[in-house]
Design a protein around this ligand. Sequence first.
Ligand SMILES: Nc1ncnc2c1ncn2[C@@H]1O[C@H](COP(=O)(O)OP(=O)(O)OP(=O)(O)O)[C@@H](O)[C@H]1O
Ligand SMILES: [Mg+2]
Length: 267
Amino acid sequence: MENSRQHRRLQERDRLAALGEMAAGLAHEVKNPLGAIKGAAQLLGDAGSRLDAAEREFVGIILEEVERLDRVVGSVLDYARPSKGELHAVDAGAVVRRTLTVLASDRAGDWDVETDIAEGLPLIRADAEQLRQVLMNLVRNAIQAVGGRGKVRVSAAVRERGPGASVNDGPEWVEISVRDEGPGIPPQVLEKLFVPFFTTKPTGTGLGLAVSQRLVEEMGGRIEVTSRPGAGSTFTVVLPVARDALGAPRSSREPARREHASSAPAE
Ligand SMILES: Nc1ncnc2c1ncn2[C@@H]1O[C@H](COP(=O)(O)OP(=O)(O)OP(=O)(O)O)[C@@H](O)[C@H]1O
Ligand SMILES: [Mg+2]
């Protein structure tokens, strides 16, 4: 029985690999014409004064839907052919702040995110751009989960070492957590979270978490999830501390920061 189960698992893996290749090929083919459609629609939109209200609305719809397709295609490509990241010593707090800045600039709607970055956090070994992409996916999910009614909190701290670890070695991991007060995740969803194309959202691609997990694992880290139905969810990205030539952890020497970001302009 164990044998046939393993056989089925392998078959499933091959099937997914073939599907991934096909999806990547398709996504690639779709990307160029999509760019042309977007350019043409933008030109039409720029001639706005010559269009009547209904025509302007149609152009708006074309642009919005093209953006959406472009995002989907981008995610498929990210998943099927992730670009090789470059690992550097990265300041996790800075990446968190940058993520929220980008999110504030490209996203309408009601949201409110608190950050809590621990003091004197060691630098981590990561690709800053890819880490930002991962945090973007997690924070977007959290914002969607609370749907404007509840807190989202992003924190970064050292993961405490287990018992028996030598104090002299310093911390080994830093964890960045995204916690929301949304509805939580039922067990039958929990087990499929990271499966590509699994989504419970009407316009989701189901690639956000699959891509994120892939990127984090390539950086030598992992994503952990805890959730209690009714009490929200926490997604934690755990990444290794960057070490200098002597093996000592490198510190960002940044003071602790507690901040607030939201979609509403300040004041
Ligand atoms: N914070 C969360 N709270 C509750 N459910 C979540 C949360 N994050 C993810 N999920 C569940 O996991 C599913 C998969 O998430 P994932 O980010 O991979 O795709 P998606 O959000 O549905 O689509 P996309 O990210 O492409 O917009 C979601 O559809 C949702 O059911
Ligand atoms: Mg998502």
